[in-house]
Design a protein around this ligand. Structure first.
Ligand code: AMP
Ligand code: GLY
Length: 416
């Protein structure tokens, strides 16, 4: 089969490494890909949002299955257009991807379907938003309605900080259209975990739970990022909590979308927080998480292509997981998530028996591989215990990365 993977990050590199293990695969194409992806797939220079260009390429190369990594093409309607052209794509259509694309929509959806989540209110008027904040007090969470590349959520410790976020979004248009409408919600306390599932209509097949480290610096300090590292499984989440979350979050959401005529196909991702009153949803995503994917897929025993085909064919893929743990540490450009330099040369990467590297912001040049983004790569490893897996990943980073132009958190897999 010829496969086509859309995206350019660590998540896509990880999917491609796994897909490449399948003996059913002839060629994997990736658009636009990165330096690591180009080792395992044929990269084509088409932007993720150039839906017409992607479609034309898929038709020309007789692609049997397209898989989409990031959210933007989903909300731009890539699945709708591929379906219209009679192509097979493992991705939700834009109506069902709205569960990620609009926080306001997602909150109303959860409320309607009794999916546990933080209490909330929505606003477009700054004055009304501020009165609500005065009434509720801090801590409180202010969220932009639309996609804001990780910049749309402010967990405000004080009323003043929350008011500032309201001004930024509703008055100063800091997030332009994405922040024209906001959700203000109760600040939940507890351990976070990410639960992803392969979904087709009302068939839901959950993966193992993972934990992402979202803050830029050690001890969960600093600004939110796309994710500075992750590990799986999150063993502190009990089987009971997992069963509850699968049933009352993922299954309920899939059933509700199907009943509303917006049947979901693809990866449904729930970001959850384990509160004293049980797990509650922080966010839904309509795609694989990044960097969770990089630590979940290495533990999957199944042929990933067969899983996609089974799920699309209405069959149980009977997911099997290694008994081990997997940890991944993100190497980021100095300055990330603020401004940073691109084009910094990366070292020759020596792999050892334990570790793997998922490339994110990397690019091949005549002089070797250079950085091309805020998150450059993820160094990962597997071991019986998460701490040992993290230690292998750190050992690899220490041996291979010596440049001051990059940084990484030192506590992945340690702080819960
Ligand atoms: P998101 O961009 O929606 O993934 O949110 C980023 C981070 O903000 C989450 O991983 C949480 O750590 C935090 N967060 C979002 N919503 C809440 C909430 N209601 N209560 C506490 N923390 C939250
Ligand atoms: N790791 C969180 C996300 O992919 O949105």
């Amino acid at each position: 089969m010829n496969l086509f993977v859309i995206g350019r990050g660590g998540r896509e590199h990880s999917m491609i490494m796994k897909l490449a293990e399948s003996d059913k695969v002839d060629t994997i194409y990736a658009a636009p890909g990165n330096a690591g992806i180009s080792e395992a797939a044929e990269c084509v220079d088409i932007d993720e949002l150039d839906i017409g260009g992607l479609l034309e390429f898929a038709v020309k190369k007789q692609i049997d299955l397209t898989i989409v990594g990031p959210e933007n093409p989903l909300l731009a309607g890539i699945a709708d257009e591929f379906h219209e052209a009679g192509l097979v794509i493992f991705a939700p259509e834009k109506d069902s991807a709205l569960i990620e694309g609009s926080k306001r929509y997602a909150k109303a959806f959860m409320e309607e379907n009794s999916i546990p989540t933080a209490s909330y209110a929505t606003f477009t008027d700054a004055g009304e938003a501020k009165s609500y904040i005065e009434q509720q007090g801090a801590p409180i969470v202010v969220k932009a309605d639309g996609l804001a590349a990780g910049k749309g959520v402010i967990v405000a410790e004080t009323v003043q900080e929350a008011m500032g976020a309201v001004d930024d979004m509703l008055v100063n248009n800091a997030l332009s259209k994405a922040g024209k409408s906001i959700v203000i919600e109760e600040c939940l306390m507890g351990e976070e975990f990410s639960l992803m599932a392969f979904v087709h209509g009302t068939n839901v097949f959950p993966m193992i739970p993972a934990r992402d480290h979202k803050r830029a610096f050690d001890q969960d300090k600093g600004p939110n990022t796309g994710g500075m590292g992750a590990y799986a499984p999150a063993r502190d989440i009990s089987p009971k909590t997992l069963a509850f979350s699968s049933e009352n979050v993922l299954q309920k959401a899939a059933d509700a979308m199907a009943a509303a005529g917006q049947s979901f196909t693809g990866i449904l991702y729930a970001g959850l927080i384990m509160t004293d009153n049980g797990p509650k949803v922080i966010e839904f995503n309509a795609r694989f998480g990044d960097p969770e994917t990089q630590v979940v897929l290495p533990l999957l025993k199944n042929d990933l292509l067969q899983v996609f085909l089974d799920v699309l064919g209405g069959k149980d893929p009977s997911l099997q997981w290694e008994e081990q743990s997997c940890a991944g540490v993100v190497l980021a450009s100095k300055g990330y998530p603020g401004s940073y330099k691109k084009g910094v040369k990366l070292p020759e990467m020596d792999m050892d028996a334990h570790s793997f590297v998922a490339h994110a912001g990397t690019r091949k040049t005549r002089d070797g591989i250079v950085s091309d983004g805020g998150r450059v790569l993820l160094a990962g490893a597997k071991a019986a215990e998460v701490e040992d897996a993290a230690e292998y990943a750190y050992k690899w980073l220490k041996q291979n990365v010596h440049s001051e132009e990059f940084f990484y958190r030192k506590d992945i897999g340690k702080c819960d």
